[in-house]
Design a protein around this ligand. Structure first.
Ligand code: GLU
Ligand code: ZN
Length: 308
């Protein structure tokens, strides 16, 4: 089977070191396996978007030598497909309206207890649409973290697939588009590991194939906070491309040939593709990182391509 990977940033801000790590890892994993690397802009949530961020992300990727294959897919152009999937789930009797507030769900212990499942007086206006869950175990083998299991009903609860404000939820859109783009291998941040069983459940309900999944550590700051766009994480300076890619490779603990950081980004990526080893990625939820720290990063083991 052909290897098709992807990078799927939300345009809520420019790339930062955390999103760069996901971009570099998914790119190298696809290329090292002779595959294609697709780009999808997850622009489904206009209120959270930052004007111009989508263009900035594309420009940053270009400058870093991370060239994607084919056309960019924008989720904002895919609403018909999401509606169709929602309709199928609805027809199968798996959805219900829910107007429970966040504090109410928190009072349930943050696992939705099915409160509105069978309500006769469902408030259709200003309510979200939730998907019924079951308690059979969803299991998958993460390529980095190994065996993962979750009982959705017990551990997550019925979850939202269309929000109260009318926007489609990430969980539904990501599943429809991974299938539409024929993604065979998903590689992304550890924060989404917990979402994967929900996505596999949706694939099962919609008769879609399940890709292979791999999650990589999240980059966190001194305080253990995730570098995220919402917290105005410092945008990477893509004119320092070689240094940034090198930093990402060190954080991913990749074996590298010596002196690689002196090469232009594109050449570093080519060398790193040849040396790529998913086994050496740290099996950690978080990696602490300080911007000023790049020189003190521990060097990964050497990559000797002449060795057999
Ligand atoms: N759009 C998500 C993000 O920027 C990533 C989704 C995914 O990789 O499944 O965090
Ligand atoms: Zn409810």
């Amino acid at each position: 089977m052909a290897h098709i990977g992807r990078f799927a940033p939300s345009p809520t801000g420019p790339l930062h070191i955390g999103s760069l790590l996901a971009a570099v890892a998914s790119y190298l994993d696809a290329k090292a396996n002779g595959g294609r690397w697709l780009l999808r802009l997850e622009d489904l949530d206009p209120p959270r978007e930052l004007k111009g961020a989508a263009d900035t992300i594309l420009k940053q990727l270009e400058e870093l030598g991370l060239h994607w294959d084919g056309e960019v897919l924008r989720q904002s152009s895919r609403l018909d497909a999401y509606n169709e999937a929602l309709q199928k789930l609805w027809d199968d009797g798996l959805c219900f309206h829910c107007d429970c507030t966040r504090p109410k769900v928190r009072a349930m212990g943050s696992v939705y207890n099915g409160h509105c499942r069978t309500r006769k007086d469902q408030n259709k206006r200003s309510s979200a649409i939730r998907l019924r869950t079951r308690n059979d175990e969803i299991a998958f083998d993460d390529r980095v973290f190994g065996s993962i299991r979750q009982k959705l009903e017990q551990e997550v609860g019925d979850f939202i697939i269309k929000r109260k404000d009318g926007l489609f939820a990430y969980q539904l859109a990501v599943v429809i588009d991974d299938s539409f783009q024929k993604i065979s291998h998903v590689m992304r941040g550890f924060d989404l590991l917990d979402s994967t069983p929900r996505q596999i459940y949706l694939q099962q309900l919609l008769n879609l194939p399940t890709p292979h999944y791999a999650h990589i550590p999240l980059v966190v700051d001194d305080q253990g906070q995730k570098f995220s766009k919402q917290q105005f994480a410092k945008a990477i300076d893509s004119t320092r491309g070689s240094e940034l890619i090198h930093t990402a490779l060190m954080l991913l603990n990749q074996p590298l040939p010596p002196e690689i950081q002196k090469l232009p980004p594109q050449e570093i990526l080519a060398e790193a593709t040849a040396c790529w080893d998913i086994q050496t990625i740290p099996k950690l939820a978080n990696i602490p990182f300080r911007e000023a720290d790049t020189s003190s990063l521990k060097s990964a083991s050497a990559c000797d391509l002449t060795a057999t």
